[in-house]
Write a protein that binds this ligand. Structure first.
Ligand SMILES: NC(=O)c1ccc[n+]([C@@H]2O[C@H](COP(=O)([O-])OP(=O)(O)OC[C@H]3O[C@@H](n4cnc5c(N)ncnc54)[C@H](OP(=O)(O)O)[C@@H]3O)[C@@H](O)[C@H]2O)c1
Length: 284
C-alpha cells in the first residue's frame, strides 16, 4: 500500500485492538503515520500490528491500561524512544460493561427485592456500583490521562491533534446505560474544555460520535442468538434513518479530516456525528 508524505509523524491510538480503532490505526499507517497501538490485551494489538506491517506500515504494540498513569508514562517513554514524540492521539479505549447495564428500562419494584426474589431484574437500585464506577473511570479518566501524557509531547513540539470518542448517548441518554451515557456526555464537555485550553499550544481537540457500529459486545445486544435482530437492535435501526449499522471504515474520512491541519486547521472543540442520521431523527 502506498504511503503518503506524512513523513515521521507519530500517532498513538488507545483501544487499538478494538473494532473501530483497529481500522483507524490501519488507516493512519496507510497515511504514513508510525502508529503506537495501546490496549490491555497485547494479542489483539499484535494482530493489528501484523496487518499494518504486512502492508509496509510501521507500528508497535504496548499493553497499557488507559486508567493507569504509570503504565501510560512507561508506554510514552517507549514510544518516544522507538518512534518519536506523539503528533496525533486517538482516545479510542472505552466502552460499556454488562454489569453496569440495567435489564430494566424503567423502575420496577422487583429491583428493591433481594436477589432470590428479584427474578434477575437489574435496575438502578440494585446495580453494581463498582462496575458503574469502572465504566466512568475507563471512559472519562481513560481519555483525560492519555491526553495529559501524550498532549505534553504536542505542547512541547508546537502542536498536534487529539480525537476523543463520544457517542449517541452523549447527547440524550439511551435507556439502560446510565454509567456509559454519563461518561460519554462528559467526553463532549471535556473535548470542548480541552480544546479551549490547548488552543494556544496549537493542539486541536475534537470528538467523533459514532452511531451504532456492531462490535463484539454490542453483537450480543443487537442480535438474537439465531442471528436475527433483537428487540433493541430493531429499535436502533428503526431510529436510524439509513436503516443499517455503521462500518468501522466509515469513520476514516472523518478522522482523516480532523487530523489534517490543512483541511481542518481552524476546527477545534467540535463533535462530529457519524450516525446514519440517528441524531437527526425525532423518532416519531
Ligand atoms: N461501536 C459503537 O457503536 C460505538 C458507538 C459510539 C462510541 N463508541 C466508542 O468508540 C470507542 C471504540 O469502540 P469499539 O466499538 O471499537 O469498542 P471495542 O471493540 O470494545 O474496542 C474498545 C477497546 O478498548 C480497549 N479498552 C477498554 N478498556 C481499556 C483500558 N482500561 N485500557 C486500555 N484499553 C482499554 C479494549 O481492549 P482491551 O480489552 O484489550 O484493553 C478494546 O479493544 C469506545 O470508546 C466506544 O465507547 C463505539
Amino acid at each position: 500500500m502506498a504511503k503518503s508524505d506524512k513523513g515521521g509523524k507519530v500517532a498513538v491510538v488507545t483501544g487499538a485492538g478494538g473494532t473501530l480503532c483497529s481500522e483507524m490505526s490501519i488507516a493512519l499507517a496507510q497515511n504514513g503515520y508510525k502508529v503506537a497501538l495501546l490496549g490491555r490485551d497485547l494479542s489483539k494489538l499484535e494482530k493489528v500490528e501484523h496487518e499494518i506491517r504486512k502492508n509496509g506500515g510501521h507500528a508497535i504494540s504496548l499493553s497499557t491500561d488507559v486508567t493507569n498513569e504509570g503504565e501510560l508514562e512507561n508506554s510514552k517513554l517507549a514510544i518516544n524512544e522507538k518512534l518519536g514524540p506523539c503528533n496525533v492521539l486517538i482516545n479510542g479505549a472505552g466502552g460499556n460493561q454488562l454489569a453496569a447495564v440495567t435489564s430494566l428500562t424503567s423502575f420496577d419494584k422487583k429491583e428493591l427485592m433481594d436477589a432470590s426474589a428479584s427474578d434477575g431484574a437489574r435496575g438502578f437500585f440494585n446495580l453494581d456500583m463498582h462496575t458503574f464506577q469502572s465504566v466512568l473511570q475507563t471512559n472519562t479518566m481513560g481519555t483525560v490521562i492519555p491526553s495529559r501524557i501524550f498532549g505534553r509531547d504536542m505542547a512541547e513540539n508546537g502542536g498536534g491533534s487529539i480525537i476523543n470518542m463520544a457517542s449517541m448517548t452523549s447527547f440524550r441518554p439511551l435507556s439502560r446505560v446510565a454509567a456509559y451515557a454519563m461518561a460519554k456526555a462528559a467526553i463532549v464537555n471535556f473535548t470542548q474544555w480541552l480544546a479551549a485550553y490547548l488552543a494556544p499550544a496549537n493542539i486541536r481537540v475534537n470528538a467523533i460520535a459514532p452511531g451504532f457500529f456492531v462490535n463484539e459486545r454490542s453483537k450480543k445486544i443487537l442480535y438474537n442468538p439465531d442471528g436475527t435482530n433483537s428487540a433493541r437492535g430493531e429499535n436502533v435501526l428503526h431510529h436510524t434513518p439509513m436503516k443499517r449499522y455503521g462500518e468501522a471504515k466509515e469513520l476514516i474520512g472523518c478522522m482523516n479530516w480532523l487530523i489534517d491541519e490543512n483541511a481542518s486547521g481552524f476546527v477545534t472543540g467540535i463533535v462530529v456525528p457519524v450516525d446514519g442520521g440517528f441524531l437527526a431523527d425525532a423518532g416519531v
